[in-house]
Each structure stands twice: as structure tokens, then as C-alpha cells.
Design a protein. Sequence first.
Length: 111
Amino acid sequence: MLDRRLFDVTQLLAWGYGDADTPDIPVISQAADGQALAPQGVRQTRRLPSLGMSASSVPKAGAAQTWKDLTGGGARALAAGTTKLWLDGRRSYSLDQSVKQIGAPRRGSRA
């Protein structure tokens, strides 16, 4: 399984993953055998062995070779061993709904 956000150029740019902003793309991989993502040039940033996952940083300069390593030379599916690959994307949070749900605005105001 591949995260479609890895190919959403508009969203990647909005999150600051453009070439002018960062030399790497952060990813999270999961392997059937619990091993970390290990193509040449990929830097592992965190390992979660109990989940069989690892967070890594893929240098854009070597992205084409990394892709070949991950897909076994094919273009449409991950090679055996790596079962899932996600973009380690950024999230923005809006508290406009959740704060009201717990009554925080009332607590903050003194009447």
C-alpha cells in the first residue's frame, strides 16, 4: 500500500516539502518482517519495532533510486518485504469545535 499523498504535489508544496524548502521527504514504512526501510541513502530517524515500522528520511537527490529499490524495479507496487509506505505528513489543528465541546470557553471566562 502506498500513501497517495506522496504523489500530491500541491499538498507537498503546501506542507513545505518543495525542493526550495527541504532536501528530504519524511516517510513511515511498515515491513512484514519488522525490519526498517533500508534502501541506499535512506536515513532512519526512528524505529518502532513493536509495530514493525520505521520513520525515515528519503533524500530527494536519490529518490529515483530509492523508488526502484522499494518497488523492485516495477513502478506500481512495493517490492516484497515492505507492505506499507506513508508520507510522514504535517497536520494542522483547529480547536474551534473541540474547545466548545468540552466547555473550555466558559471555564476561561469569569462572570
